[in-house]
Design a protein around this ligand. Sequence first.
Ligand code: ZN
Length: 121
Amino acid sequence: MSIINGLEKVKNSIQEVSEEFVNKSQDMIQISKINLEIASYENEVKEIYESIGIRVFENYKQNTPVNKEFGNECERIRQIKKNIKGKRKEILKIKRKKICKNCGNEIGKDVKFCNFCGSKQ
Ligand SMILES: [Zn+2]
């Protein structure tokens, strides 16, 4: 192998490694962005919980029954939780992973058996 060929090979492998690095960085940026969206959803849920809590306490102070009053808030929480689930799925797709049906760990998208608990997927 000539020196020129050798250098060409080194150059190509450096190029491959740096392209992979760029792809991984872009994935990480996208994942961070989605995680921010999830954090914002979770914050909204906390605010709704807080507003429910305040109203329950106000009703309690006035001896008012509190059961059916919070339908809108509960529906919104249900919607937000669904959104969060969707966002978590987006992240798994970027990482080419899935969640083990048995133990809940992240595993490779195409594996047949979980590498944590061994259960069939
Ligand atoms: Zn498992």
